[in-house]
Write a protein that binds this ligand. Structure first.
Ligand code: AP5
Ligand code: ZN
Length: 213
């Protein structure tokens, strides 16, 4: 399947992605994860993206469309994919449509992670991630077996630089202004399934399975 995940920061896109990927054999492309590794490797792309990311603003459409265009060429992404955090503007959605049209394929479903803003600060400030794999934990909702350590590799966990209450405010503003219109864009095409992302992780996974079956 070809899926797009849309939701505000902390709504659970990254948490649900590995489950969907395993069960539906898809590739997982998360523009945020790709940009963060470019920033830590100080590549030209990372250098250009860092300032906007630190402020909680969106990186330019050209940069992210370029990353996705390149990443979708991977053989593992030919039969299906999960796009996590892309498209995030109507411009990006239009570019994606053009890319897919050239391949003669289209998006099967857009999963809309609907959640009230008031819940997100606790989710974001309690998150710890394993940067190499993208796995995320939460001090209260999904604690690792040993605090500060990845369950699988034993490597240290870190907090994202943009996971503060102050930067969350700008990220949410960007979401409401620039990304919510993308949900309307896909609604007109009849592709959107709305999820209740306020439920516990397992309940959200069940809702996703229902939508995709
Ligand atoms: P990105 O990395 O995409 O961040 P985001 O959209 O802000 O989303 P998050 O990763 O914060 O949230 P999530 O939904 O994945 O939450 P998670 O599952 O981890 O983007 C970062 C930046 O990169 C952007 O600000 C921008 O600058 C740039 N960027 C990226 N893509 C771009 C694009 N296309 N265009 C332009 N710029 C772009 O969950 C959060 C926490 O909650 C975790 O600790 C988790 O354990 C916990 N949790 C998850 N689900 C539940 C649940 N159901 N109940 C309780 N706890 C839960
Ligand atoms: Zn994420």
């Amino acid at each position: 399947k070809r899926l797009v995940l849309i939701g505000p920061p902390g709504s659970g896109k990254g948490t649900q992605s590995p489950v969907i990927k395993d069960e539906y054999c898809l590739c997982h492309l998360a523009t945020g994860d790709m940009l963060r590794s470019a920033v830590s490797a100080k590549t030209p792309l990372g250098i250009k993206a860092k300032e906007a990311m630190d402020k909680g603003e969106l990186v330019s459409d050209d940069l992210v469309v370029g990353i996705i265009d390149e990443a979708m060429k991977k053989p593992s992404c030919q039969k299906g994919f999960i796009l996590d955090g892309f498209p995030r503007t109507v411009g990006q959605a239009q570019k994606l449509d053009e890319m897919l049209e050239r391949q003669g394929v289209k998006i099967d479903k857009v999963l809309d992670f609907a959640i009230d803003d008031s819940i997100l600060e606790e989710r974001i400030t309690g998150r710890w991630i394993h940067p190499a794999s993208g796995r995320s934990y939460h001090t209260k909702f999904a604690p690792p077996k040993v605090p500060g350590v990845d369950d699988v590799t034993g490597e240290p966990l870190i907090q994202r630089k943009d996971d503060t209450a102050a930067v969350l405010k700008s990220r949410l503003e960007a979401f409401h202004k620039q990304t919510e219109p993308v949900i309307d864009y896909y609604s007109k095409k009849g592709a959107v399934a709305k999820l209740n992302a306020e439920k516990p992780p397992k309940a959200v996974t069940d809702e996703i399975r229902k939508v995709l079956s």
